[in-house]
Each structure stands twice: as C-alpha cells, then as structure tokens.
Design a protein around this ligand. Structure first.
Ligand code: UT7
Length: 329
C-alpha cells in the first residue's frame, strides 16, 4: 500500500525568458546544423535571457505565479529552497534574494547544489523539514541561467542548454493527495563527466583560468548519456517499487528534459507509452533544475493532470546525482 502523504503541491508556476534562440541561429555561431541538433537531441529552440538578467528576477516571477495558483500569500511561506548552479552570485544564496523580492518575510531561505537534480532534491528536503521542523508552507524552486556558463564556441555543449525557472508551493496533504515517495542518489566517482571546473576554490577565476574557459560547462556527452538512461530508469523503478506502485498506474511521467533520446530510452525501459510522457525539450532545451517544475506547470495548466492522478518525476545530472518522486494530485 502506498504511504499516506503528509505534504502536497498546492500550486505551480514557471517563468522563461522571452528571447528565443533557434537552431538556425546556432548554425551561424558554431559548426552545427538544425538537422544534427534535432536528430541527436530533439531540441528545436531554447530561451535565453538578455545579458545581465539575474536568476532571482526570473525565479521570483515563477514563485509569484506558483503562489497565485496556490492561493497562498508570500507572507505565509516559511521555507524557500532554490535548486540551482547558476545563482546571482557565489554568495549569498539567491533564495535569500528571492525571499526579499517576493516579500516572504517569515521564510528560511537557502540554495541547494545538485545540478539537474536540484528541484527533486529540494522537494524531498522540504518535505522532510515540514515533517520534522514545523514549517507549514514551502516554496521549492528550480532555476538556471545556464547561458551565463555556456561556452558559446563549444558546439558539443552550447546547443543543449537553455534558461528558465519553475516553482511549486507545498502545504499539508489532504486525504490521499500528496507526495507519496521520493528517492535520491549520488555517485561522486564521475564528477568530471559533467562539471564547471572554474569559479570555485579549485580554480579561481584568474585571467588564465578564464582564458582556458574553466568557468564554462565541460561535458563528456556520450558517457553522460549512457549513465543518464540507466540511472533515471533505475531511480524511477526504485521509487515505484518502494511505494508499491506499478509503472502503468502512472497517468503521467515528467522526466528531466535533457535529450529526447534519453527520455525515450527511459520510457521504453519502464514500459511507459509515449502518450504518458511529458516532453518540452524541443522548446526549452535542457534547463537543468528548472526542467521538471517547468514541465509540471505546463502539464498542469494544460489540463493534463487531474485530481487523483499519480504522476512520476525522474531526473539525472552532474555529481553524478539522480532523483525520483511519485505524487498523487
Ligand atoms: O542534464 C543532464 C546532463 N546532460 C545530458 O544528459 C546530455 C547527455 N548527452 C547527450 O545528450 C548526447 O551525448 C549529446 C547530444 C551531447 C551528443 O550526442 P551523441 O549522439 O552522444 O554524439 P557524440 O558526442 O557521440 O558525437 C557524434 C559526432 C561527433 O563527431 P565525430 O567524432 O563522429 O566526427 C561530434 O563531434 O557529432 C559531433 N558533434 C556535433 N555535430 C554537429 C557534437 N556536437 C555537435 C553539434 N553539431 N552541435
């Protein structure tokens, strides 16, 4: 029997930049083609902020939209967790800047670094803190301005990523509705498959390190791809097994949107038909920690999620990290 939930999602919101970067525009920047990007990734376009736009600006908009959808005022929020690797500054936490921008005066606010898994890590941590520490309403946000750390001369990576933010408001569960189960995992043996080696204490942003592009994303794409399919399939199967739910009981699967081929591989392994898998990687590219909350908000506003539906979520990212969740709406 699935466990009785304690915490549920009260509302969702997302915000993406207006500016669209198409594959055709990328053809003018690096040696690539619309056909290669479409065939290898499924991405047609991504959203990119105007230079200098901070994450807090976009994330505050997503948070405000989630609060409106939930019918909750910012003053009621007592916990804000932001999953990101592209905060406004190295410190303080961008969650604190968002707290001030939206007027969530009562909230404890902090950032969480788990790359593409940041949103689902935040979900489990928020649920745990709400159970143990008395927080009644929480905002969990996933947001990235990945365009700020992309090497726009590197065709291996620059075609993949986009900017965006998504947010949810959590509150006390009602009946059977709510977070049924979550699973997290990490494997630090593969740090260098996907990382940003500059900007930290290992390689501070000296002129030499910046000239060597250490402050940008470095990725061994083919190996990351292989790990992603295996880790996401296993993580989703684990959360379903531990919650005693069969894959065909899921009305919708919301996977991390990194690559259409990864999503199709995961769905195939789980025997989940394509019509039950939400996809928007074609329009937004890989927005890292923002991809699941953006997709969740889109699916919810499109009427694809009905009361009582079981929705699965699964992700994978740098670290390596992975995470999965099953929620009854
Ligand atoms: O969010 C979680 C983390 N990220 C991911 O999950 C991404 C995981 N990886 C992937 O999605 C895929 O590995 C990529 C889309 C990055 C690459 O696709 P692939 O099928 O693994 O291609 P590849 O890296 O094996 O490269 C195939 C060829 C290479 O040329 P050669 O060596 O065969 O001559 C690349 O140089 O494609 C070339 N290539 C490109 N060609 C045109 C690499 N990038 C591009 C490009 N345009 N943008």
């Amino acid at each position: 029997m699935p466990k009785k939930p304690h915490v549920m999602i009260l509302g969702t919101g997302h915000a993406v930049p207006d500016r669209v970067l198409t594959n055709a525009a990328l053809e003018q920047m690096v040696d690539t083609s619309d056909q290669w990007i479409m065939e290898r990734t499924g991405i047609c376009e991504r959203r990119i902020v105007a230079p200098g736009t901070p994450l807090s600006e976009l994330a505050s908009l997503a948070a405000t939209r989630a609060l409106a959808a939930a019918g909750v005022s910012a003053k009621e929020i007592d916990l804000i967790i932001l999953g990101t690797v592209t905060g406004d500054m190295k410190f303080p936490a961008t969650a604190c800047i968002i707290q001030d921008l939206i007027g969530a005066k009562q909230a404890v606010a902090f950032d969480l670094s788990a790359a593409c898994s940041g949103f689902l890590y935040g979900l489990q941590i928020a649920e745990g803190l709400m159970l143990t520490s008395g927080y009644r309403k929480a905002l969990v946000i996933g947001g990235e301005i990945l365009s700020s750390m992309v090497n726009w001369q590197d065709r291996d990576t620059c075609v993949l990523f986009g900017d965006g933010t998504g947010a949810i408001v959590l509150g006390a569960a009602e009946g059977e509705r709510g977070i049924i189960h979550t699973c997290l995992g990490s494997d630090g043996a593969h740090v260098k498959l996907l990382y940003n080696p500059g900007c930290g204490s290992l390689n501070p942003p000296t002129p030499d390190n910046v000239a060597a592009q250490l402050h940008t994303i470095h990725m061994a794409g083919r190996e990351v791809f292989r790990h992603a399919v295996t880790a996401m399939s296993n993580a989703m199967q684990q959360v379903l097994d531990e919650a005693d739910i069969a894959p065909d009981e899921l009305q919708l699967l919301i996977p991390h949107q990194a690559n259409l081929r990864i999503i199709e591989g995961v769905a195939k392994r789980l025997h989940i038909p394509a019509e039950r898998v939400y996809i928007n990687v074609d329009r937004f590219g890989n927005t890292s920690s923002a991809s699941i909350p953006i997709a969740l908000d889109e699916a919810s506003r499109a009427g694809l999620i009905h009361p009582g539906d079981l929705v699965g979520m699964v992700t994978f990212g740098a670290g390596l990290t992975w995470a999965s969740a099953v929620i009854r709406f």
